[in-house]
Ligand binder design. Structure first.
Ligand SMILES: [Zn+2]
Length: 314
């Protein structure tokens, strides 16, 4: 039957808890013809446009040609500050960081009557990203399980979930490290978290992601950061298949380096600013440097889910 409605916009949603390698994964997926990786879209309004932080191409977002074109395509212009604040406030309703909330109320978004304008704006935005990016699929590494429920309300989006997980002890170690954030407005370091806290979040966040995806019946694939780094071809092939575009081999250099083109990612780990030859190495410093008591604590708190994801006690 013929209809005038445009074909759905495909979105590959990179889910997973922070410091699990999603920015690296997105940079790699962006190399695949048909996919465009644009970072953590939920932060477009606040960090991207209101704070005018840098796009991964190095330009402040309001001056980035890619995003200016996307906004004109979606809305006819760059929304004004009042409109951006309204969009940001709406998106904040899908940023549950509160652990009980994440597990108990993850699947009940505000209804369309109240936030219909916001869901319609999201639909226009993702459609415009695909068009301007010349891609069939938009890769969004927003990661929040709660934000997935907003995308499910947006009309005309075909959402598929690629869930990246990483050994929680490596994740907890990463959250302890002092790391510079070249994107922070006042030269602040990246946020840090105690391993006990990381362990709880790692478990709740990953479980909430599985639960929302399952209840919504979304196409889903879980993959491990460690496999992405050690077997990039096979891992990316599986994720690419989920997104529905033809598979393409990843170009890896003689020294195991990856060739990353300049991207236009909003927010995310500072590795997003790297382009050209980027070494592809497993970051397993935690196995040598993590305090034994933190290692034991993280291992114990995360044990059931960690075992299911194939991470042993060693
Ligand atoms: Zn840019």
């Amino acid at each position: 039957m013929h209809t005038d409605s445009p074909p759905p916009t495909r979105v590959l949603y990179l889910a997973g808890w922070g410091r699990s390698g999603s920015t690296l994964a997105e940079g790699m997926l962006d190399q695949v013809p048909g996919l465009v990786g644009v970072g953590e879209i939920k932060f477009l309004w606040e960090r991207g446009l209101l704070q005018n932080r840098r796009c991964s191409c190095g330009t402040p977002l309001r001056s980035c040609g890619f995003w200016v074109e996307v906004l004109h395509e979606a809305f006819g212009r760059v929304p004004d500050d009042d409109e951006l604040r309204e969009l940001d406030e709406a998106s904040r309703r899908f940023r549950t960081r509160h652990l009980p909330g994440m597990l108990l109320r993850p699947t009940h978004p505000p209804d369309a009557g109240e936030l219909g304008w916001y869901y319609a704006a999201l639909a226009r935005l993702y459609r415009a990203v695909a068009k301007v990016g010349g891609a069939d699929v938009v890769v969004d590494s927003s990661k929040f399980p709660s934000y997935l429920t907003a995308l499910l309300q947006a009309p005309g989006l075909d959402v598929r979930v690629a869930h990246i997980v990483r050994d929680p002890r490596a994740v907890a170690y990463s959250w302890q490290r002092h790391k510079e954030d070249p994107d922070a407005p006042n030269g602040e370091l990246m946020p840090r978290m105690h391993p006990a806290c990381t362990a709880l979040y790692w478990s709740a966040w990953n479980l909430a992601t599985e639960r929302i995806t399952r209840r919504a019946g979304l196409p889903y694939l879980r993959f491990r950061y460690e496999d992405l780094v050690t077997e990039p071809d096979a891992t990316l092939l599986a994720v690419t298949r989920l997104s529905g575009v033809p598979a393409a081999p990843v170009r890896v250099g003689d020294r195991g380096e990856l060739f990353v083109r300049r991207t236009h990612q909003v927010s995310g780990n500072p590795v997003r600013f790297r382009s050209g030859a980027v070494p592809l190495r497993l970051d397993d410093e935690w196995t040598l440097s993590m305090a034994p008591r933190h290692r034991r604590l993280t291992g114990a708190v995360t044990a059931p889910l960690r075992h299911r994801y194939g991470y042993r006690d060693s």
